[in-house]
Write a protein that binds this ligand. Structure first.
Ligand code: PMP
Length: 367
C-alpha cells in the first residue's frame, strides 16, 4: 500500500520505555535510570499538576479549539498578538503542520546533517525532496545551507540548540542568515532547548518574528517545562504563516489538561530556574567524567550530551546494550549516522552518577 515516498521513510526511534526494558532485561522498574529522551528529570511541576486536577473536572467537554487562554499568556510573554501563535500537539506537530502548510510534493526542504529526525519525517511524509547539508563540527553550516537553497526550496529547518548534537549557533549568525535567505522560503527555527541556554547565549527570536515575515519560531513544553507526556508546543510567526497553519492543523490538537498545565508551567519561574541549574551542574558532572574516561564529546547547549563510546561502527549499539543490562537507558544515534556515539540526557545528580558508573563498567568490559 501507499506511495513509494512513504514506504521509504525510516521509522522514528524513540527512547525505550522503562517498563519494556524492565521486562526484557529482568530488572526492577524502580531501579531503572532513563536518560534517553531529553526529558526533565524533575518531572511535572507541582503547579501544573494542580492545574490539571482542576481542568480534569471539565474533561467531558472538548478542549478550547483555539487555546484562547494559553495563547493570551504566550502573547503577553513574547510580546506578540495572540493570532501570531499556533499551538501544537508537541512541537513535532508544529514541525509537521509547517511542512504541510508551506511545502508541496516535489518541492524541496533544506536541513542539516545530524539535525532532528522529525525534519526528515515531515519532509518525506509529504513526498517533498530533502536537501541535507553536511554538518560542520557536528552542527549547522549556515553558509552552506544558504548555498543549498534551490529555486523550489520552500522551507529550511534549523534546530538551535540542535538535537542530537547539542551544538549552538550564536544569535548574530542566525540573524545574518535571516537577512540573506530568499523571502519566499520559510525558516523554521526550532528552539526546543532554548530555556537551557546560558545568559550569555540568549538571543531574542520573538523580536525577529516581528521583523521577518518568513520566520517561524518553534518552542515546546516538553523539555525545561517538564510536560513531555502531555504533548504541547507552539509556534510564533506572523499571521501570513499562522493563518495557513491554523487552516490545516487538526481541530482540538492540544488537549485540555495540556493547555491548563502549560499555562501553570509558564508562570512557574522557580521550576524553570531549578531545572536550568540542575542542568548546568549535571553537564559539568558528565563532562568531568567523560574527560576522566578519555571520551570525546560534543560540547552541548541542551539538556543532553553526545559522547563517543568507541571507534568502530558497532560501538554505540554495544555500549547501549551493556548499559541496558545495568538498567540505564540512553539513546543510540546510529539512525542519525553516528554509530560510534550515544546521546545521554542530563538527569538528577544521582542518576548521572549511576550512568557514569555503568558507562565505566560497560567500557571496561568492551575492551
Ligand atoms: N525539536 C527538537 C530539536 C527536539 O529535540 C524535540 C524533542 N525530541 C522536538 C523538537 C519535539 O519535541 P516535542 O514534540 O515533545 O515538543
Amino acid at each position: 500500500f501507499g506511495p513509494d515516498y512513504v514506504r521509504a521513510i525510516a521509522p522514528y526511534q524513540a527512547g525505550k520505555p522503562i517498563s519494556e526494558v524492565a521486562r526484557e532485561f529482568g530488572l526492577d522498574e524502580a531501579t531503572i535510570v532513563k536518560l534517553a529522551s531529553n526529558e526533565n528529570p524533575f518531572g511535572v511541576p507541582d503547579s501544573a499538576k494542580a492545574a490539571m486536577v482542576q481542568a480534569a473536572a471539565e474533561l467531558g467537554r472538548y478542549p478550547d479549539a483555539n487555546g484562547f487562554e494559553l495563547k493570551q499568556v504566550l502573547a503577553a510573554r513574547y510580546d506578540v498578538p495572540a493570532d501570531w501563535i499556533t499551538l501544537g500537539n508537541g512541537s513535532n506537530d508544529i514541525l509537521e503542520i509547517a511542512a504541510h502548510a508551506f511545502v508541496e510534493k516535489g518541492q524541496s526542504v533544506v536541513y542539516a546533517q545530524y539535525s532532528f529526525a522529525v525534519y526528515a519525517l515531515a519532509t518525506q511524509g509529504l513526498g517533498a525532496r530533502h536537501i541535507v547539508v553536511p554538518a560542520k563540527k557536528h552542527g549547522h553550516d549556515l553558509e552552506a545551507m544558504l548555498d543549498a537553497i534551490e529555486e523550489d526550496t520552500r522551507l529550511v529547518f534549523i534546530a538551535n540548540p540542535n538535537n542530537p548534537t547539542g551544538t549552538f549557533i550564536p544569535g548574530a549568525e542566525i540573524e545574518a542568515f535571516l537577512k540573506r535567505v530568499p523571502p519566499n522560503v520559510v525558516v523554521v527555527l526550532d528552539e526546543a532547548y532554548t530555556e537551557f541556554l546560558s545568559e550569555a547565549d540568549r538571543y531574542d527570536s520573538p523580536a525577529w518574528v516581528r521583523q521577518y515575515p518568513n520566520l517561524l519560531v518553534s518552542r515546546t513544553f516538553s523539555k525545561a517545562y517538564g510536560l513531555a507526556g502531555l504533548r504541547v508546543g507552539f509556534a510564533l510567526a506572523q499571521p501570513a504563516l499562522t493563518d495557513l497553519m491554523n487552516r490545516i492543523r487538526q481541530p482540538f490538537n492540544v488537549n485540555s489538561l495540556a493547555q491548563a498545565a502549560a499555562i501553570a508551567a509558564l508562570g512557574d519561574s522557580a521550576f524553570l530556574e531549578k531545572s536550568a541549574r540542575n542542568n548546568t551542574a549535571g553537564y559539568q558532572q558528565f563532562v568531568e567524567a567523560f574527560e576522566q574516561m578519555g571520551l570525546d564529546y560534543v560540547p552541548s547547549h541542551g539538556n543532553f550530551v553526545l559522547v563517543k563510546v568507541g571507534n568502530d561502527m558497532g560501538a554505540g549499539a554495544r555500549i547501549n546494550l551493556a548499559l541496558l543490562k545495568q538498567g540505564v537507558i540512553v539513546r543510540p544515534v546510529g539512525n542519525y549516522g553516528l554509530p560510534e556515539w550515544l546521546r545521554i540526557s542530563i538527569g538528577l545528580p544521582q542518576e548521572n552518577a549511576v550512568l557514569i558508573a555503568a558507562l565505566q563498567k560497560a567500557l571496561a568490559e568492551s575492551r
